[in-house]
Design a protein around this ligand. Structure first.
Ligand SMILES: Cc1cc2nc3c(=O)[nH]c(=O)nc-3n(C[C@H](O)[C@H](O)[C@H](O)COP(=O)(O)O)c2cc1C
Length: 169
């Protein structure tokens, strides 16, 4: 069994998870490349990483995945939102539709990733509407918690995900 880890990462969070996944994979028949580096290197099992861009993955991930046939595909990603299982599920569903029909889908791992500091400014000004103010505070708290992610626990969960995937192939 050989493995390819291919990831899209703008600010490094998804690359961190990709590196952990790569190191958790057994044997020597494995490689890791960014989406930009990837030129079609083949493998039996693909771990494909994405950063969440407006609720889904970026187009490079869709294009890359569309070129795979007869492969086993596991997905992983990072997003600004944390601790929200329903949100994670919605992302998984939006991204896994791009797994080609003739490939076997092996699941998705998602975790929170820190966002650039300038994003915090969007949540710093108090709002008059009480409902919006509750939302703003929630987003501010989420942003601050995100500063520590991916953390050691996320990396541990990524390794667990690899174990689960390997038990299925
Ligand atoms: C343009 C843009 C759009 C984003 N859209 C979302 C989003 O819809 N949902 C979310 O939870 N995070 C969103 N984020 C946050 C990133 O997904 C998050 O910071 C991710 O960990 C970045 O991964 P990277 O460091 O691998 O690039 C967005 C970030 C950017 C820059």
């Amino acid at each position: 069994m050989d493995y390819m880890v291919v990831y899209s990462s703008k600010t490094g969070n998804t690359k961190k998870i990709a590196t952990e996944i790569f190191s958790a994979l057994p044997g020597m028949s494995k490689d890791m490349q960014s989406m930009r580096e990837y030129r079609g290197k083949d493998a039996d099992v693909f771990f494909i990483g994405f950063w969440v861009n407006r609720g889904t993955c970026d187009i490079s991930v869709i294009e890359m995945m569309s070129g795979l046939h007869g492969k086993k595909i596991a997905l992983f990603g990072t997003c600004g939102m944390g601790r929200d299982a329903a949100y994670f599920k919605s992302i998984e569903q939006k991204v896994n539709v791009w797994v080609p029909d003739d490939c076997e889908y092996l699941g998705t791992f998602l975790c929170q990733g820190k966002m650039p500091m300038q994003v915090r400014g969007n949540y710093e000004i108090p709002m008059e509407d009480p409902k919006q103010e509750v939302w703003r505070k929630k987003m501010l708290q989420n942003f601050d918690e995100g500063l520590f992610h991916p953390n050691e626990d996320d990396l541990w969960q990524a390794r667990e995900f690899v174990e689960q995937v390997l038990s299925r192939v």
